[in-house]
Design a protein around this ligand. Structure first.
Ligand code: FPP
Length: 234
């Protein structure tokens, strides 16, 4: 991976699992399994390459509209992933956070999430943020309401940041969306106000370290101005 101008926080919209499966003559659930299989490679390569925080869009509030079998299979993949890497998260000192409303999730997945969060809450150098049952507009409303409950009369930008799921994390510098669509789909809109947007036709199950390096290299060549006239380092 390039050494300079590395994004601190990268968000991945992991799209294209269903189309990958269709092209391989397999059920959509198999596409999600293949998608889950590349996550460890991408997260490890990100942290090894100097990225501090990784956010993954695993399940949106809109994804409940999918067939129950598909929803259940994604939840099961998530549970198995968190169980499989429980020890590695601790050994590698990776803090896990989950963005989204956990209350609607199956009990066994919610328990797995809460245990991994508790096990890793003391870490801070590397953060893995998985968005499950997540929607950005709902998150912003939730953050405003939390600030009001704390007695705020006027809401500042800091209030929203501090009461969001990603409180304490740097804003997202780079969003990578696989699968050819060019939209944000309610993914961390507040945190991505100044993010560079990288879209690739590659389906998520085919997105490997090489493709990650290409995205980060693309980012490293961007000049970020944040509304100013002179470029700033990201
Ligand atoms: C979008 O592809 C993908 C999802 C809605 C689910 C992503 C879930 C995983 C990769 C597995 C579990 C996650 C973790 C962190 C272990 P799509 O189904 O919309 O694809 P399509 O647009 O080709 O139909």
């Amino acid at each position: 991976m390039v050494k300079e101008n590395i994004p601190r926080h990268v968000g991945f919209i992991m799209d294209g699992n269903g189309r990958w499966a269709k092209e391989h003559g397999r059920p959509r659930t198999y596409g999600h399994k293949k998608g889950a299989d590349v996550i460890h490679e991408i997260v490890s390569a990100s942290f090894n390459g100097g990225i501090k925080a990784v956010s993954l869009y695993a399940f949106s509030t809109e994804n409940w509209a999918r067939p129950k079998e598909e929803v259940d299979s994604i939840f099961e993949l998530l549970r198995k992933f968190l169980k499989k890497y429980a020890k590695e998260l601790i050994d590698e000192e990776i803090k896990l956070i989950i963005s989204g409303d956990l209350s609607a999730l199956p009990e066994n997945l919610r328990t797995e999430c809460l245990e991994r969060i508790a096990d890793t809450s003391r870490f801070s150098d590397h953060v893995l943020n998985i968005a499950i049952n997540y929607g950005s507009k709902a998150e912003i409303v939730h953050a405003v309401n939390k600030a009001l409950e704390k007695g705020k009369k006027q809401i500042s930008e800091e209030d929203i940041s501090e009461n969001s799921y990603t409180s304490g994390l740097p804003d997202i510098d780079l969003i990578v969306r696989t699968g050819g669509e060019q939209r944000l789909s309610n993914f961390f809109l507040w945190q991505s106000a100044y993010a560079e947007l990288y879209f690739t036709d590659t389906y998520w199950p085919d997105f490997h370290k090489k493709q990650l390096n290409e995205a980060v290299e693309w980012y490293s060549l961007r000049q970020r101005r944040f509304g100013d006239v002179s470029p700033k380092q990201g």
